[in-house]
Design a protein. Sequence first.
Length: 254
Amino acid sequence: MSARALSFGAIAESYERFRPGYPQELFDVVMTYAGRPVRTALEIGAGTGKATRLFAEHGVAVTATEPDAAMLVELDKAVPANVTTVRAAFEDLRPGGTYGLVYAAAALHWTRPEGRWSKVAGLLEPEGVFASFGGPVQPADPAVEESVRAARAPFLESDDIPSPDGTAPDEEMQWPGTELQRSPLFLDVQQAVVTRRLTISAPDYVGYLSTVSAYLGLPRSKRQQAYDAITRVLPETVEIVADIIVHLARRRPE
């Protein structure tokens, strides 16, 4: 796991405060795809539990795995009793039981590609469901987005995470759906979008940026300069696009 992937513990409280949670519509998309009750789930890279809470509050017994102790501290503050936490990277999980659902919320790109899908398949019950979801958060107004890009440019060319398999942004099927389609271990690969628009204050938008790994990779002084430059060009409130791209697949029966 890269250093960038393990950079979030230092800002765990900010991550919990500024990252948007996940809506009911996302739960409905996953459960409709499953087509049957899902009672158990394993979460890859649970962070502070944004997605953990969504599934656990609907009665799913979630095993939330996360390699960073500070993130787990935040998670433990707010999750229901039907959540079991395990401090471990996905690659280090030991073989054990299987689950009706394995999912990752804005975390799958931090896992190593070698053996990723065989490990996921091994954690799923026959015909169990895999789900990966997340997406960029950016200003809805193109003029505001361009102002932010220009303010950021002296410090960061981009704050995006490129597609792990090189899929172009304009392709209809995005990663990890592209890899799932190529894997003999899964079938019925689908991609869905949960549209979401939020209005937040300028300080909260900069707070969100403070949880983005590209900024966390900057030297502390440069990081603050970037936040200050962006703050100067933001309106008082920022409408943001925070669509959730969902990828779903089913473990192929043996």
